[in-house]
Structures are given as C-alpha cells and as structure tokens.
Design a protein around this ligand. Sequence first.
Ligand code: G6P
Length: 611
Amino acid sequence: MCGIVAATAQRDVSEILISGLHALEYRGYDSAGIALQHDGRLTRVRTQGKVRDLEKQAGRQSVPGFCGIAHTRWATHGVPNTENAHPHLSHDEIALVHNGIIENHQALRGELAAAGYDFKSDTDTEVVVHLVHHLMAGDRSLFDAVREAVGKLEGSFGIALVCSREPGVVVGARCGNPIVLGIGFNEHFLASDIHALLAVTNRFVHLDEGDVAEIRVDGYRIIDRDGETVERSVREADLSADAMQRGRYRHFMQKEIFEQPAAVAETLEGRIGADHVLPNIFGVGSDEVLRRVRQVHIVACGTSYHAGLVARYQLEQLAGIPCLAEVASEYRYRDPVVPEDALFVVVSQSGETADTLAALRHARESGYLATLAICNVPESSIVREADLVLMTRAGPEIGVASTKAFTTQLVALQLLVLELAQLGGRIEPDQLREWVADLNRLPDVMRQALTLDEAIERLAGHFVEKHHALFLGRGSHYPIAMEGALKLKEISYIHAEAYPAGELKHGPLALVDHDMPVVAVAPNNSLLQKLISNIEEVRARGGEMFVIADARAGASLNERHGEIVELETGGALLAPVVLTVPLQLLAYHVAVLRGTDVDQPRNLAKSVTVE
Ligand code: G6P
C-alpha cells in the first residue's frame, strides 16, 4: 500500500524524502508526491507514475526545504492520476499524506463541502486535510487539530502533515497503519516503515495504535489514544541501508531468489540442534502451551496462505494433528467453531496485511488456546499482537512477488510441525533425528537447485507467447503448484491456474492443447505414479508438458512425458521448499523475456494494508 516519509532537519530534506520514497516504492507505485515547507510557504510537486519521475520533476523545479512530507501511492479511491496523488492541500496551508482508508469520508465530505471546502480530488484522503484545516481555526496548533481530527475519522490510517504556519513541525498519527519515528542528530523523521529511513538513522520508535506524534528538529512528543503524554521505547535496527540494494542482480526478485539458501540458514539458526528442535523457540514458555495443542488453524493471504496449505498437509501427515488452512479475508468474517486446545497461526511476511491482522484479532476473541505469528518484520502489528512468535529471518523482501519470504515461511512452519510432533510424543526419536538432519542440509540442497537457473531460462522461452498455463501437483505439492501459478501470473501477466492433478479430468483437461503449457511438480513420493498418469492424460491430448521432478522420480519419466527438469529435492520434508525454486526461476525468466516490470508488477502492492 502507500508509503509515507517525512523529515525535519537543519539541512535540505528533499533528497532524504525522495530516497526514502525509493525504498518504500515496493509498497505502491502508481503516483508520487512531495511537499516542502520554506519561507512560510508550502511547495508541492506530484506526478502520475514512479518516484524516478517525481525525482526528475522535483529536480527541474529545484524545491529545497528543511521540513517536508512525501508519498508513494497505491490507489484505493480515485484513479491514479496527478490530481489524486498525495500530498493533498487545504488552502495551500496544510499538506497531508495518508496510507489506509477513511471509511466515513463521504459523510465528512458532505459536512466540509457545506462549510465551504472545495474538493479537488476523488480521494478519501482529501477530507482529512480539510478537516484538520477546519479544526485549526483560531490559534489551535496543528498537533491539537490532528488529535481532534483523528477522533472523527473511521477506518484505518497512518498520516503525516505539515502546516506553513508552523515551521519545522511535522505531525503524524497511527490508527491501523504503521508509522515509525526515526531519531537522528538534531533531525527527526516519520515513515511507514524503517526501510525508508535506514540511510539516515538506525534508531526508531514504533508508534502504538492511536498515537499522535509531533517531530521537530530538536525533539519529539507522543500522545496516546487516551490523551496522555507517553515515552515509547527507542530501538536500534540492525539492518543497514545496503540490505535494500540490488547489488549485482538485475532485479530484486532475482536477488531474493538467490538469497534463499542464506535466508533459510538464518531462519534455522539457533532453532534446531543435531537431532531435535530447541526449547521454547516460539517464545518464553511456548513449549508449555504447544504441548497442549490438539488442532491447528492457519490463516494468511496470498503467498503466505500457500505456505499455510503446505503446513496443513505436513501437520496431519508428519505430526498427526488435524489442521485447517484458510484465507484471512474469509476467516475474518465467519464464526469459527473453535475446537478445544486449538492453536491459531497467522503467517505474514509484512505483519501488516489488513485481512490477516483482522483475522488475528477475531481469533483472539474466539477462544483459541493461543495465537502464534510467523512473520518477517519485527515490531509489526501482527508480531505485537500474537501470543507466540517465530520470526522468519529472510531480511527485507523488496520484489512484490514473494520468494525468500515464502521459503522461510515453509521452513518456520516445518519447525512448528516438528515441535508439535516432538512435544506431543507423536514421533519416534529416529524419525525426528532424520528430519532435523534434513533441515540442516536444506541450504545446500537449495544452492544446488539454483544451479538450474540457465536450464530454466531456456525453458522460459516456451511460455513467452502463451496466454494461459496450468500447474499440477498432488498432496503438499498442490500448494506448491498454486504458488508456481501465482508467481507466473503476478509478474508475467500470463493467466495461470493450479489444479490438484487428480482434478484435471473434471474440467481443465478441456482447455489442454498445444497453446496451453502444463507444468507438473513431481516429487519422489507415493503419489508419483498417479501424477504420471495425469501427465499421460495431458500428452494424449497434445498438451505441452514441463515436469519439475525429483532426480529419483526422473527415472520413471522420459521424453514422451515432455520436457523434464530434474533436481535433488532432499526428501519428503524438504521437497516442497526445494521444488519451489525452479518455479520461481521460471516465472522470473518468463517475465524478463516478456519485458514486464518484474519487481513492481502492475496493480499489485507488497504490503496490503487495506481491506
Ligand atoms: C500481497 C503481496 C503478496 C503477499 C500477500 C500477503 O498480495 O503482493 O506477495 O503474499 O500480500 O502478504 P503478507 O505480508 O501478509 O505475507
């Protein structure tokens, strides 16, 4: 969703704001804008398009200023054009940037229009800036007006504002959408996430829900939702701005695919010994809670949901624990029947996905034994609100199409599977030792899988001209086929669907011809012969088959079955993780050949903080 950066300093902040927007552009990228305060005036530059367009335009107009706000947008209300781009102004005195949705914007618009305010955009955001202007009548400060305005707004939002009458002051508020405050030396910042500010500070305060903050050059203050002045703890981030660079790679997605062995190794570090899962890795006292678990519900969105689906198969198969996996946007609006001793698990890269967060809140009121978050962003809302937490340590993921976050989620969920099996005495020590040893080998097996890059690049040529593709898998590899299809459609815009291979004959077979490439995911397991029968069904109808197969499964396949790519998968536990890698590479190379915007595919956003 949208990204916000704001700064006040004793130097020109325009470059800080623009480079902050570059770091946040993964959140949304249909338009961008900046407003700077100088000589008692506000100067605003906005553009439809990307931050680089804004940078050029701001450079041409040479807009300096020691205090300002900036925004990169992912449109919710109003098409992506310059008029709807942020910052929005009221009477050229107040400028505002906003991330989120104001649900009562229509009612407020009516009231403000009646009071004489003139609306220039189709956004829900513009009501906020006029409302604050309205509430600043007389001698009220921007801070007090924002505090009052926040009480009148419904929905979820993070905002930042400047006012021409208050030099060097930026006011921000967090109500549902995160805002962090960055502390520099005689300069202060606000942003949607810390990535925007790593180039200028590593000291952050994470605002709580309902907080309103004011930053100045020489300090800051925070007032909580009850109107009390509060001190929030200052944390040092151990990330550096380098982690946000593309390095020698052509795209962030490519870099992130190749970072997977290291990311997986980090996620395992300090969590497993030679033959068992280490105690309390899900938080202090977590073993006591997990020992009681009899049932698991996993809820997530997008790629994270696919990780949950894989875990569902593995929990039932390897640990004998019944499990449901469901998308958050459905779960949050139903009345779940919660069995006794059920654990609720949310999986989220960002920790801010609106539906997943709402599902977690819903679950907290529904009588689960405990809630557990598997997440990649420390201090995110989901991490703060869950009882137990396991951080994936993938590092910042910038490419909108999730790759290393997914494989580290799979690994984190496998730790949960083994932990529940271990604590509940549901697994023989020899079997546990074998699986833990497999996990320890995983980074190496993934490294080998990445050596297929060139072979997959050649395969990608077969997909470039196609409009549709079908992905097939069985068991825990059906969700892997779903993830392969999702990757392809997200970044190459080829329509792709996944089917459990056994369902092929119940519909999709009608679509199969030489124009519809079919990809099958073939681990070496008890379902292999069934999958091969499905592959034969496709070939018998003239379908073009591409089989991503475990090396041992490859012995049962030949050129009659289509193009075969073989790799070492490391056995039952690891295979879903390892077989994901060629599918990511396939989507990546097809997108590159088609010339799409790989890291920022159209209409999508990395962190979906609106419903
Ligand atoms: C968006 C992203 C996906 C991601 C999904 C869930 O759709 O583009 O890559 O899987 O949100 O995000 P989360 O941060 O909760 O994992």
